[in-house]
Ligand binder design. Structure first.
Ligand SMILES: [Fe+2]
Length: 375
């Protein structure tokens, strides 16, 4: 079964990232809402054991052993580094137990059920792998000695809307496919009537963002929502997260150190609030997630940054939690905005039209940007 080898690749990548972090950084806390890299490894192992060992074989031994360390409901992210085992133990233990799970998968008779849970685990691990890259970026930002040798001179550029016209009509949203994996919040498929709109084919670029910045976009209160302005002032936000500006040159932090940006690179690591101010500056709107999905085949630059949308994360009509309540239900609380697409740091399995990501509007440690629309 090809999914077993795909899962093996995810396990390998998790272990490699643990190795990359090493003894110095595997417990490193970047902020109160993100767990250290080492925790993501043991958590992925724990989630695998819930499905492969407990669900299919009734073996709860490892699940019970790991519960108090690796269950996201048991311990807050800010305390997760304190309870992790030592590096060498964690490395060897995870590697061996991951391997045992693969051997067990080959013994499962119900191939249809196995297929679903393998796909679930591949998607789950993919999301954690991206979070690890978010953490690596934050570690780079916190490291005062990180080499910033790659500066590039970027000329600001006036924003180019370059829209595609999407006519009024009925559009298919979400999925009910049982062949392709999707999370519960992408289901069920339904038909939505949308009014006509224009949406930019391209993502907002860094040279366009530089123009916003140079024209005082971060200083003009009238462009910002009340919540956005309060957040910006309180946190002294003056540019996207990770930008190092040296006279007219720019270097940008990434998961793998500072990089020399190209001018046409999409802006990343901006909050919903910053995008909202930019949209007001050019007198356009942030699209609704349905508009993104309806226009999908006409859009360029997909899957380069997560794209903020102007609607809160919500359940589709007839939503059914699956395979457990906690995957989506707790997040339908009106505090989260939906993001679509994926980023250059996303695993391929997450790059699909119906995938819905969700974060609070002030969050910008994710690889987030956006495109704009009319109404
Ligand atoms: Fe998880």
């Amino acid at each position: 079964m090809i999914e077993i080898s795909k899962l093996k690749k995810k396990q390998f990548s998790l272990i490699m990232h643990l190795k990359l972090a090493g003894t110095e950084l595997f417990k490193f806390k970047t902020n109160d809402c993100l767990s250290p890299i080492g925790w993501h490894i043991i958590h992925c192992l724990y989630v695998e054991c819930i499905w492969i060992r407990s669900y299919f074989f009734g073996d709860n031994l490892l699940v019970n052993k790991l519960k108090n360390i690796a269950d996201s409901n048991k311990i807050k992210p800010k305390n997760r580094g304190l309870i992790l085992p030592e590096y060498n133990y964690l490395y060897e233990f995870s590697k061996n137990e991951f391997n045992k799970n693969l051997i067990l998968c080959n013994k499962i008779k119900s191939r249809k059920k196995l297929l679903y849970f393998l796909q679930f685990l591949i998607n789950h691990h993919s999301q954690h792998l991206e979070t690890i890259k978010i953490i690596l970026n934050l570690i780079n930002l916190k490291n005062k000695n990180a080499p910033i040798k790659s500066f590039s001179k970027i000329e600001e550029k006036v924003f180019n809307f370059n829209p595609v016209y999407i006519k009024e009509g009925y559009y298919k949203i979400g999925t009910s496919s049982s062949n392709k994996f999707s999370y519960d919040n992408e289901k069920p498929e339904f038909i939505k009537k949308l009014k006509s709109f224009l949406i930019s084919k391209n993502l907002i670029r860094i040279d366009e963002w530089l123009c916003f910045l140079n024209s005082g976009g971060y200083k003009k209160k009238s462009l910002w929502s009340k919540a956005g302005w309060d957040w910006k002032c309180k946190n002294k936000i003056t540019h996207p997260l990770g930008w190092k500006i040296n006279k007219e040159s720019l270097s940008i932090s990434t998961a793998y150190g500072y990089e020399k940006p190209n001018k046409d690179k999409p802006v990343s690591n901006i909050s919903f609030y910053e995008l909202e101010a930019f949209a007001n500056w050019v007198k356009l709107k942030i699209p609704h997630e349905f508009q993104w999905e309806a226009a999908n085949s006409n859009l360029l630059d997909k899957y380069k940054v997560w794209e903020w949308h102007n609607n809160k994360f919500f359940p589709y009509e007839n939503f059914m939690p699956y395979p457990y309540d906690e995957y989506s239900l707790p997040w339908f609380n009106n505090n989260y905005y939906t993001l679509r697409g994926a980023s250059i740091f996303s695993e391929t399995e997450l790059k699909r039209k119906t995938f819905r990501n969700f974060y609070q509007p002030h969050i910008r440690f994710i690889f987030s940007g956006g495109r704009l629309s009319t109404n």
